[in-house]
Design a protein around this ligand. Sequence first.
Ligand code: NAP
Length: 517
Amino acid sequence: MTELLSNYLGGRWQAGTGSGAVLRDPVLGTELVRVDATGLDLRAGFAFAREQGGRALRALTYRQRGELLANVVKVLQSHRDAYYEISTANSGTTKADTGIDVDGAIYTVGSYARLAASLPDGHFLPDGDTQSLAKDGSFATRHLQVPVQGLALFINAFNFPSWGLWEKAAPALLSGVPVVVKPATATAWLTQRMVKDVVDAGVLPAGALSVICGGSAGLLDALEPLDVLSFTGSADTAAILRAHPAVTRHSVRVNIEADSINSAVLMPDAAPGTPAFDLFVKELAREMTQKAGQKCTAIRRAFVAAAHYEAAAQAVGARLARTTVGNPRNEAVRMGSLVSRAQLASVREGLQALRAAADVLHDGSRAALVDADPATSCCVAPTLLGLATPDAVLANHVVHEVEVFGPVATLLPYASVDQAVTQVARGQGSLVASLYGDDAAQLAGAALRLAPWHGRVHVVSPACAATQTGHGNVMPQSLHGGPGRAGGGAELGGVRALDFYHRRVAIQGAPEVLSAL
Ligand code: NAP
């Protein structure tokens, strides 16, 4: 039988008492390891994190906690090769795609370690100026942000087992809040291994970082009023969590990053042959194929002026045709696998729904796989769909509804920028939209109109072609999250990420008391 991975809770390694769920190689179909969380004393483990981990972290200043993060970076860097192996085996990723997850995580932790130098060498964050409440100035109010006194529970999605942990853990630990992470079962191995390496290295106080691999039963029941919950995953699971008594009765603060039908818009001035057109085509093909389309930020709807629809379809199709798909261990392969059979079934189902309502512009179902058996692997080649006329993009069209979490996007023509903006908004709130053009005023105008529907608007013009960070790349300096369907969450954004792990409080008193704080 394969190895059963341990959970780290209550300051010790604990095996689940069940037989566990098997994690597989999605390309070869072989069994890798098992995970199980049956029988863990979650309440005792959570209490240990709050009392031991929280107390030890809060005894440090922001800058001291920044040093802890710098040490975490060193530990992760020293085990980087092992993370690449686990990612390829368990997530079916190419080296480039593993880099987004693993190196993206290390970069994010490093960013927060550096950001600590700009924070006070103290135990709270000031929030605005002192304001007098008395005519003679003898009584005043001052606002502070103090670290929450509970723990941070992360329930994460399968697509970023490394970055998904660290983009949340870095700001939480910097804030002085202990972390308990429950990774998605299908790809839990990498998260577990990273926590193990950091725990074994002894660079964090006991109780500061815990991991529970396996089922989610009982996790929310163990939360207390001052804890926070950060969830990344489907809108359906998000709805279950929002309705849990921990949230509805105990006011546990929740951040939700859910699914999102993100868009890219090619502006009307960007005709075929212009640099902006080429940038759009390249980015759309990259977004469809990077991590086999399993990115919450990936472009799902791509809008072009009706006059450029055919040219865009051909240019994107030509790029997709050159994408070799299959076993990521083969150097010739550019796009790896979906993470599991369940994910493969879900992609096929979503694709069927879209195909029934759209034209197929590039058909991935005909592509040959490299070094991968279609009967056992979870590899699937990219498919570009399209709707030929703007009028076909109806308000309630399935293309605005169905998120296929794989290498699938739909090309959509628009008659005017106004119409494009209206269509983008039919996604009901997304993580990101990107714009491609060369008219600064037109780009800025469109960005402002898209802003209310998005957490991030990524504007690409030839002037920043070489330096822009990519539609789907989540940079620690920029906000990640989106309104409405995207979950209404907010992560990262530099120091703004610390808000979620702090409570704002007003302290009222005599000026000499307030300045003594
Ligand atoms: P999911 O089924 O909702 O699972 C997400 C996590 O929730 C997993 O850890 C899962 O554990 C856990 N979970 C499932 N049911 C639960 C319950 N009743 N109580 C507590 N936890 C529960 O989502 P998924 O299919 O893995 O992820 C894909 C989705 O995530 C896509 O829709 C994608 O758009 C979204 N996503 C969003 C972002 C973002 O930043 N906005 C990022 C990545 C992915 P198990 O694995 O053990 O079931």
